[in-house]
Design a binder for this molecule. Structure first.
Ligand SMILES: Cc1cc2nc3c(=O)[nH]c(=O)nc-3n(C[C@H](O)[C@H](O)[C@H](O)COP(=O)(O)OP(=O)(O)OC[C@H]3O[C@@H](n4cnc5c(N)ncnc54)[C@H](O)[C@@H]3O)c2cc1C
Length: 379
């Protein structure tokens, strides 16, 4: 369970600091090469298809060590997660729409027809936004598989069928309630074609990395392909480095003395605030106001957190919100309600460091404080 990177002189990562889950003792693992493969950030969002382990620890660890983060604003939302109150939310695979399943609202109206020529087969982000708007407007969104799949559902889609059954829904005879859910992070720790980050001694692979392979909107299944290709390149790249002594040493750097390892009530509540604000304000549709609100919420939540691992989650949430605030246009998975069009002048990757993120967050907090003072003076 990693908490921090060990830093040598300059920008050289020399190992990781770790603590066993549930334990107090910390240990340091010195290494000539550290490969970050800690997965995505989905669980920072209240509604996600990702497991609890995908909580942005690795992204924050790298950023805190000074690594450049790229494309952090590009988050992909799967349009049709089952909206049945489960965490993580089970997926209703897109193959269902490919098979002819229709999206309807609670009144039974198809709502994709007026939105895109391809209707239900429109790109992921367009379908996700249309579903989001139906849900927000109180009309509800459901995936109707009755005619397209019907009685063969259990046999053809056993995983989705099992998830529906668990929620008390028979998809052969009932439409399935759906909502968009955070699914994949295109952004992450900037790497080159060999998986090297901007810090010496640190490589990154998999969802935590931003190799650039996914652009602003990943195509389904490309993530596993990317992970396999870049993992092999990294293995080749670090071959031949001097071996490091294998022994870990304990308690050398005790920066969290006496902290109990269980999350306390304050930290649990802070995580709930983080997840709610990211889904509400940094979700399928964002705006400058909602993103600033998220930054303020995260700052207030973080003030209640002590543990490095929880502060790492807050830092990753802040990175995504700040990067989304910087990109004043809409592109791929990033949709700004206040800038709904793509701006050709911004058709390039984004780069951010934690220092810049913190400056953006401070400005948002100052602006919010200024607004509340002027509101108080006006009233
Ligand atoms: C429901 C679902 C369906 C998907 N379907 C597809 C698909 O069909 N095709 C496709 O290409 N992609 C798919 N994806 C995306 C793909 O699964 C992920 O992008 C991929 O698994 C990420 O792999 P990874 O190795 O980077 O991270 P992970 O597989 O998430 O592994 C990261 C590991 O790091 C550990 N870890 C995290 N933080 C720490 C820490 N601080 N200390 C120690 N360990 C830590 C975690 O516990 C975990 O074991 C899907 C994702 C989901 C959620």
């Amino acid at each position: 369970f990693m908490g921090e990177s060990l830093m040598g002189e300059g920008r050289y990562v020399t190992g990781v600091l770790a603590r066993k889950r549930g334990g107090l003792e910390r240990m340091a693992f010195p290494a000539h090469a550290v490969v970050l493969a800690s997965g995505g950030i989905g669980h920072l969002f209240g509604v996600t298809t990702n497991p609890g382990e995908a909580n942005g620890h690795g992204l924050a660890m790298a950023a805190r060590a000074g690594a450049v983060i790229a494309d952090a604003e590009f988050v992909q939302f799967h349009p049709t997660a089952l909206n049945v109150g489960k965490d993580p939310a089970p997926l209703a695979t897109e193959a269902l729409r490919g098979d002819g399943a229709l999206l309807i609202n609670a009144a039974g109206e198809r709502f994709m027809e007026g939105v895109h020529d391809l209707a239900e087969m429109a790109p992921r982000d367009i379908v996700a936004r249309a579903i989001h708007r139906e849900v927000e407007a109180g009309r509800g969104a459901l995936l109707d598989c009755r005619d397209a799949v019907g009685k063969s559902f259990a046999e053809r889609y056993p995983t989705v069928f099992a998830a529906c059954q668990e929620a008390g829904i028979d998809p052969a005879t009932q439409p399935i309630p759906v909502a968009p859910a955070e699914h994949y992070h295109m952004g992450g720790v900037l790497t080159d074609a060999n998986g090297r980050t901007s810090l010496d001694g640190l490589w990154a692979a998999g969802e935590v990395a931003a190799t650039g392979a996914h652009g602003a909107n990943r195509l389904a299944s490309n993530s596993l392909l990317e992970a396999v290709v870049f993992a092999a390149r990294i293995a080749e790249d670090i071959q031949g480095l001097m071996p490091t002594p294998r022994s870990a040493y304990w308690n050398e750097m005790d920066s969290e003395p006496g902290l109990p390892s269980q999350r306390n009530t304050d930290e649990r509540e802070a995580i709930t605030v983080l997840r709610e604000t990211l889904s509400r304000n940094v979700g399928v549709e964002r705006s400058a106001d909602s993103l600033r609100q998220a930054l303020v919420d995260i700052g207030q939540a973080e003030a209640r957190c002590q543990r490095v691992s929880i502060r790492n989650m807050m830092a990753s949430g802040r990175i995504i919100a700040a990067a989304a605030l910087k990109r004043a246009e809409s592109r791929g998975g990033h949709f700004r309600a206040d800038y709904p069009d793509a701006d050709p002048a911004q058709a390039r990757r984004s780069y951010i460091t934690l220092d810049e993120v913190n400056a953006i967050a401070e400005a948002a907090a100052d602006q919010a404080a200024g607004n509340s003072v002027s509101n108080a003076m006006g009233s």
